[in-house]
Design a protein around this ligand. Structure first.
Ligand code: TRP
Length: 329
């Protein structure tokens, strides 16, 4: 299994944590797992170098802190393995311009600045993602629903390359992560909790201080009917809070509905806040500890990169040969 996450913020949020990180940790028990902090993807939109450097370490530290075990998973930084960029170039040469133009995430992400101002890197982003996946003979890619189209492109490119040059790539399948953890914005439950779309009040960060977490939960948007009950259509705010509670406490939503019948939102939110604070505290503490020793963290990432390179190198050697590049030595 291979998956990636961008180092574009000073903390992951609870949507990333429940939707990706926690599930990645569980998957390392049952699969061979490779996880990548995709810094090459991060520069598809402007980044301050100091921010990128800091956020790449913060992202990696949170992955380890959330429970990724360097003995069971390969955890590395994308730019440490040069084959990602090299394979992306080769794949871009078998991708149709029209095909790339149909990627909806580019349309969404470039909508703000306009397609004219967006970088070519943002446009070819899904091709780099395909390279990430194909370098590791990946069978399955655990991602959210929003990445389905990029995985379709990855499969198409793998099949096309194999057809044109002979069997080279494993054709990966999606492994769409269960939606239990579809976390929405606390202030606008109609949108996904997201660094780019949500206001700070709508997001709970993994590394956020407990006081702030409590305040945001107490102020989360609910409704006027006063019943702690899940109803996606009529009560999206309360439903979202129930989902967070259920995912963190491991208690089914139905049981929470019974537990909080007649209790009112105040009590429910207060107890949810403590659940969230208690769940995040160990991750925050371990992250801080890892960040306090940069030399050791960088060493862990160098080890991860060496393991990743041992897998990606032979794959790209096959590609070189199939495409007809002369041996370099
Ligand atoms: N595009 C993914 C996202 O935004 C991140 C990503 C980059 C990724 N490369 C990947 C995910 C490879 C899975 C596999 O979430």
């Amino acid at each position: 299994m291979f998956s990636g996450i961008q180092p574009t913020a000073d903390s992951f949020h609870i949507g990333n944590y429940l939707g990706a990180l926690r599930q990645w940790v569980a998957l390392q028990e049952t699969h061979d797992t490779v996880y990548c902090v995709v810094d090459l993807h991060a520069i598809t939109v402007p980044q301050q170098p100091a921010d990128l450097r800091r956020r790449t370490r913060v992202a990696a530290a949170q992955l380890f802190a959330a429970g990724l075990d360097p003995d069971r998973s390969i955890v590395f930084v994308q730019s440490h393995v040069p084959e990602h960029a090299e394979l992306a170039w080769v794949l871009s040469c078998i991708t149709g311009f029209g095909e790339a133009s149909r990627m909806v995430q580019f349309k969404d992400k470039s909508a703000k600045s306009g397609a004219e101002a967006a970088s070519v890197g943002l446009f070819t982003y899904p091709i780099l993602q395909a390279a990430d996946i194909l370098l590791y003979d990946t069978d399955q890619v655990p991602v959210g629903e929003d990445q389905r189209q990029h995985l379709e492109l990855t499969r198409d490119l793998a099949q096309r390359f194999n057809h044109r040059f002979g069997q080279t790539f494993v054709v990966p399948g999606p492994y769409i992560l269960p939606d239990v953890a579809k976390i929405t914005d606390l202030q606008d439950p109609s949108i996904k909790m997201s660094k780019s779309a949500s206001a700070p009040q709508g997001i709970i960060d993994v590394l956020e201080d407990p006081g702030s977490v409590r305040r945001k939960i107490m102020r989360a948007v609910t409704d006027t009917d006063g019943e702690v009950r899940a109803d996606e259509e009529a009560k999206p705010g309360v439903t979202n809070l129930l989902r967070i509670y259920s995912a963190l406490a491991g208690v089914p939503v139905a049981e929470l509905e019974t537990r909080y019948a007649g209790a009112g939102y105040g009590t429910f939110k207060k107890e949810l806040a403590e659940i969230v604070v208690d769940a995040l505290a160990p991750v925050r503490e371990r992250t801080e500890k890892l960040l306090a020793n940069e030399t050791e963290l960088d060493r862990m990432l160098a080890t991860g990169a060496a393991k990743a390179h041992a897998l990606a190198g032979p794959t790209f050697a096959r590609v070189r040969d199939k495409v007809g590049f002369l041996p370099a030595s």
